[in-house]
Design a protein around this ligand. Sequence first.
Ligand SMILES: [Zn+2]
Length: 264
Amino acid sequence: MDFITYLQERLLRELPEVVKAYPGDLDAEDLSGMETAVRQMVHELGNAVLQAWLEAQDEPYPADTQPCACGEVANYVRKRRGMTLTLHGRVYYRRAYYVCPHCGGGHYPLDARLGITPGQMSAAVVKLAALVGVQDAFGTSSDLLAQTTLLDLSPNSIRKACQQVGEAVMATEAAQLAHSQDLEAQQAHKRATDKPKRLYGSVDGFLAPFADGWHEMKAGVWWTLDAHARCACAGITWTPPMRKPSRTWCGRPGLRCTPTRRKN
Ligand SMILES: [Zn+2]
């Protein structure tokens, strides 16, 4: 049984007894107040669990030495406190710190193993902040995040998250573009017997009357073909005034596709 399942089962087992043994008044004023209080408690409980779990990752008695990135050996100095900004707020924890006498560099093996950048947002926070940040202004996104997840991020942190994810996407796209232009990769692609599925796309624009006048709308569809040349569709229509897909649908197995040509 993994740690979180074990913890959850233990807490749930104890819960009825804890409620029964509460010496105070259990009366609540309304459901909204109860929900808000429970949400805040779960947020703080999650923070405490993360801290305890993080600290349990490190050996109680750390090894005297650790390999250093320079190829030499780093020596144990002491345990140092670190902070990472998680989905459950700022989590403080202690972990072993090593310094290499050869290159002078210091490092935390635990942070390296878990992908923690001390003092920074965790990868999960960056992902969530960027997801919210691309939908609206950074200030509004900050409020939305605080309301929905209790995560207190400044508009500047959300901007940083958007930039970080944007740079990663651009790097991936640049790598894909370079790969698509690579002659060897193109030849290997041609030789491959197991051909990748082809994704077809068709997008067009048209004018449609709305209550406030005519608007240009875009409509598009994406689809793949199965072995019998039947459509396995994932479609989408897109309207610029609404700034998001107005309708999506997927899966229309059995529909036979007839390629159509646009008439101009
Ligand atoms: Zn070193």
